[in-house]
Design a protein around this ligand. Structure first.
Ligand code: ZN
Length: 98
């Protein structure tokens, strides 16, 4: 799924915010990590198979483009800052109103 450590952490946090039990898996030590091929980068895994299709949708939305803070919107329900590619708040599920 996510191909670098930073995105893996962001994706994991996003999935957890949606109530999906996700974690970042690292198959290797991080000594000399910069030289590792992408295939060894940490991956996000979802514990519950029933939640994987939903997780995949969320990750697809996330990966449609880089997070663009210029498009971010602030949730009217909980004041969370949400990246522009999402139409709903990932914390409280309030639809985007802008
Ligand atoms: Zn919210």
């Amino acid at each position: 799924m996510a191909r670098d450590a930073v995105n893996a952490e962001i994706v994991k946090d996003m999935l957890c915010a949606y109530g999906i039990d996700a974690r970042v898996e690292q198959d290797n030590t991080w000594a000399g990590a910069a030289a590792l091929p992408a295939s060894l980068a940490p991956r996000v895994s979802v514990a519950d198979p029933d939640e994987r299709p939903r997780a995949r949708e969320l990750i697809d939305a996330f990966e449609q483009g880089p997070v663009d803070s210029g498009n971010a919107w602030t949730c009217p329900g909980c004041s969370e800052s949400i990246p522009g590619q999402f139409d709903r708040c990932w914390l409280c599920d309030t639809p985007r109103t802008e």
